[in-house]
Design a protein around this ligand. Structure first.
Ligand code: BGC
Length: 727
């Protein structure tokens, strides 16, 4: 009895603490007023710029702590030196590596996004980080962009739905998410200066929605400006993007942080909304370390401008208010969690996301799953079967406590099989900003691989891209759409040695597949983090049933991609400017509308079981503005295995006064069903989400009239179309 009373008392206290877990927004504002009135001009300015590679100063006199930031979207980066990009070689900073964000997007599962954010937030808190520099939500415009793996795909609706729970999960721990890179940083080539010209419509309908959702629904506490320019102004101090849209239209109340070295001018940074300047002069790639933190645009020169009256102190006070708000939510939040890292729970989350994000692209004659109980000989070929993919890629580089390779994952699962391994091809060491080719002889590698392939029952080729320069890596785009490092040749030689081949592609981007007919089955695995090998073995062995869906289109050839089809000025530009000539027709919107058949379409992904969607209907036929459209349907698992399917709802308008994509994703739902099971589901859509951005009035506009609703399990597999009208 006594134990019971003590337990309920503890519970009550825990509840009280929970209820009090955040101080109210109005209390924060009062505290900020009190703090600002005590700060000297120097102290205020000192909050607005870096004091080290990843921190900005506090005010020790008043007990205001430093603000610590860390990359990056997929896990907390290892400690970096105070003044340069070198790693500090600590021994206590290894972490759980979560799957890359392309994989998270491919799960089409917002609940997993929350778990991702929460686990990452806990790790960040344990590592004493106040701001985690992610997630990235730049739209997948071209398959050559070196950083696509860090983003949530090509669709503004999918990325908006997925980004919100991630932010909520991170911030629940008193750690700020920092959504990046705002905005239009859709390529790495010339990222530091390229000026993007894009229509208002494409800006609002394609490139901004995920940022808007992050701010208005996710209530994100910080945002990172991007390196590039938009309409002639750098995005880290862009009047239209930051002052008018972000802080004006969306009422963002957090802090705008520059990308590292993204500020270029004191007056513009002061007046166009930059709050914290990071990374200027000390980008480690130049010889500019001689510039000290006090030379930053928002440091000494800013101080002088306020002192001599050329910039009003009110401008500074607004920045300080935002920075203090960020601090009260993070490092000065006494209710923040203590955090933890490398826990079993975090690894479970990472593995769950990895498994759910893997996409089965092709599966002739049920090549997969491969039964682990059989005495088979399996030849595993390819560098990606043994390569660590948590390393490299630029700022998202991770020091994982461990990483299970594909080969190790398979060996653990296939205890009855004989597994042989051959490298098959070789890239080089991951080295940021350089390409170091492998010294191994390509033909010898192919011969050795074919030798073991010819003796095996099954060949598993594990290839793709990696995190090297010119691959899936920050700082440069890919140079080719096809597989690098001789892999196409390797595939055709393997086929001659053994035609029972399954392919596992590891990449964050679409690739060209001239050898597609030679592969009996293809799995798209991403950079899957700590438990990569286990997740892949789970899918290959059928321990888990694949349920991932592509978050972007795989074109057959590069010129089928919208951005590339308009020539160099569209992608990558002429080094000074680029024009997004495809406008709103990005990804599947382009392929659908222009009737260009993709290799694999957005939203596509197979399962080891079968599903049917039936009884598709809407609750009404006519809707008024502001109403909800409820689409209902019955999903049945008609196969022999339990599994999950994603029902997708697209909407289009045939007769319109403006250009329209044939259809656009406006709703989806992922559902798990036992074999033979059926469930009726409802997917609600907002009539207001049917609006287009009307450039003639600079506002959203909903056209009245008929709309076509398409329901299916991928953008190119529509089960049924329905008509509704908006009155
Ligand atoms: C990247 C950012 C990153 C920052 C700090 C920049 O080069 O673009 O995404 O957060 O470095 O590492």
């Amino acid at each position: 009895m006594r134990n019971k009373i003590v337990a309920s008392l503890l519970l009550a206290i825990a509840w009280a603490v929970q209820l009090n877990a955040q101080i109210s927004e109005s209390e924060i504002e009062k505290k900020i007023d009190a703090v600002i009135s005590k700060l000297s001009l120097e102290e205020k300015v000192s909050l607005c710029h870096a004091q080290s590679k990843f921190s900005s100063a506090g005010v020790p006199r008043l007990g205001i702590p430093e603000l610590w930031m860390s990359d990056g979207p997929h896990g907390v980066r290892a400690e970096v030196n105070w003044d340069d990009w070198g790693y500090a070689n600590w021994t206590n900073d290894s972490i759980t590596a979560f799957p890359a964000l392309t994989c998270l997007a491919a799960t089409f599962n917002p609940e997993l996004s929350f778990e991702y954010g929460n686990a990452l937030g806990e790790e960040a808190r344990y590592r004493r980080k106040d701001v985690i520099l992610g997630p990235g939500v730049n739209i997948y415009r071209t398959p050559l962009n070196g950083r696509n793996f860090e983003y949530l795909g090509e669709d503004p609706f999918l990325s908006s739905v997925m980004v919100v729970p991630y932010i909520n999960g991170v911030q629940k721990n008193g750690v700020a998410a920092c959504v990046k890179h705002f905005a239009l940083n859709n390529q790495e080539t010339w990222r530091g200066n390229i000026n993007v010209e894009v229509s208002d419509r494409a800006l609002y309908e394609i490139y901004l929605p995920a940022f808007k959702a992050a701010v208005t629904k996710g209530k994100v506490w910080s945002i990172m400006g991007s390196y590039n320019q938009f309409r002639g102004q750098y995005c880290c101090h862009n009047d239209l993007l930051i002052n008018k849209i972000l802080k004006g239209e969306w009422k963002f109340d957090g802090a705008v942080i520059t990308d590292w070295g993204g500020a270029h001018d004191t007056k513009q940074a002061a007046l166009n909304g930059t709050d914290i300047e990071m990374g200027t002069w000390t980008d480690g790639l130049t010889v500019s370390q001689k510039f000290a933190y006090n030379d930053y645009f928002l440091a000494g020169p800013f101080f002088e401008s306020i002192k001599n009256g050329s910039i009003d102190e009110k401008v500074l006070n607004d920045k300080v208010r935002r920075i203090l708000r960020l601090m009260f939510r993070t490092n000065m939040n006494s209710y923040k969690s203590l955090g933890c890292k490398n826990t079993i729970e975090h690894h479970v989350v990472a593995r769950k996301i990895a498994t759910e994000g893997i996409v089965l692209l092709k599966n002739n004659n049920n090549f997969f799953p491969i039964n682990p109980d059989k005495k088979l000989s399996i030849a595993v070929i390819g560098e990606n079967a043994t390569r660590q993919t948590t390393i490299g890629g630029g700022s998202s580089d991770l020091k994982a406590q461990y990483e299970i390779s594909v080969l190790d994952g398979l060996k653990k699962r296939y205890k009855n099989a004989t597994i042989t391994y051959s490298l098959g091809y070789a890239s080089g060491l991951p080295d940021y900003g350089h390409e170091i080719p492998s010294l191994l002889d390509a033909d010898s590698l192919i011969r050795a691989a074919c030798d073991i392939a010819s003796k095996a029952d099954i060949v598993l080729f594990v290839g793709g891209l990696n995190k090297n320069h010119f691959q899936d890596c920050e700082g440069a785009d890919r140079l080719q759409f096809g597989l690098p490092f001789n892999q196409n040749k390797l595939m055709s030689e393997l086929k001659k040695a053994n035609n029972n081949i399954g392919v596992v592609l590891i990449s964050g981007n679409a690739i060209e597949m001239p050898w597609i007919q030679d592969a009996n089955a293809i799995i798209q695995a991403w950079y899957l983090g700590s438990d990569a090998g286990y997740a892949i073995a789970d899918i290959i062995s059928g321990y888990a049933n694949p349920s991932g869906k592509l978050p972007f289109t795989f074109p057959v050839k590069l010129n089928d991609n919208a951005a590339s089809s308009f020539g160099k000025l569209s992608y990558p530009g002429d080094s000074i400017n680029q024009y997004y000539k495809e406008g709103i027709l990005v990804g599947y919107r382009w392929h659908d509308t222009k009737k260009i058949k993709p290799l694999f379409s957005f939203g596509f992904g197979l399962s080891y079981t079968n599903f049917t969607i039936s009884e598709i209907k809407t609750d009404k036929k006519e809707y008024a503005l502001g109403e909800k459209i409820i689409i209902s349907c019955k999903l049945t698992n008609t196969g022999n295995l339990d599994g999950a399917e994603v029902v997708q709802v697209y909407i289009g308008k045939q007769k319109s006064k403006v250009e329209r994509a044939l259809k656009e994703l406006k709703g989806f739902k992922k559902l798990y069903l036992k074999k033979g099971e059926s469930k009726t589901i409802e997917i609600p859509l907002e009539v207001n989400n049917l609006a287009y951005y009307d450039e003639t009035i600079s506002d959203w506009q909903i056209e009245k009239g008929d709309y076509e609703i398409s329901v299916g399990n991928s953008s190119d597999n529509i089960t049924q179309k329905l008509k509704i009208a908006v009155k």
